[in-house]
Write a protein that binds this ligand. Sequence first.
Ligand code: MN
Length: 161
Amino acid sequence: MKIAFVQIALAMVVIAISCKQHAIQENTAVAQLSTPLFPKGEKITNSNFTGDVWLNSLVNADSLNSIAVGSVTFAPGARTKWHSHPAGQIILALEGAGYYQEKGTAKRILRKGDIVKCPPNVSHWHGASIDSNFVQVAITGREKGETVWLEAVTDSVYRKP
Ligand code: MN
């Protein structure tokens, strides 16, 4: 009788410990989800964007490597102006929901894991969706010159489905 009681008590302790362990693992997973891969960086203050946008320059182009890599965080509704890249650009969607549109084509919705290959000299814009932030890594070749900035993306263009 006494041995059975001890066995039951031990079993309860083992169950309690494994539940606690599981909760700790879940909390760690949640913390990893909510922590951005890269810090937001500095708020962009130039006029090439609409709304609140932050840039973390991860890799600057230099004499050894002509490609610039930056993590860009867009608040809901924020976006670039229309622009083009002389050597094209690759966009990796990291978090949230974003938009990408090339001139003359429909707007694309970007979600975590989506990849865009933006051809050289094609006018386009990218940014957050209306009600979600959007984090992207932009990989931009600088060997043929700097980004060419054009007009702002109007609200009606931005909101068009
Ligand atoms: Mn671009």
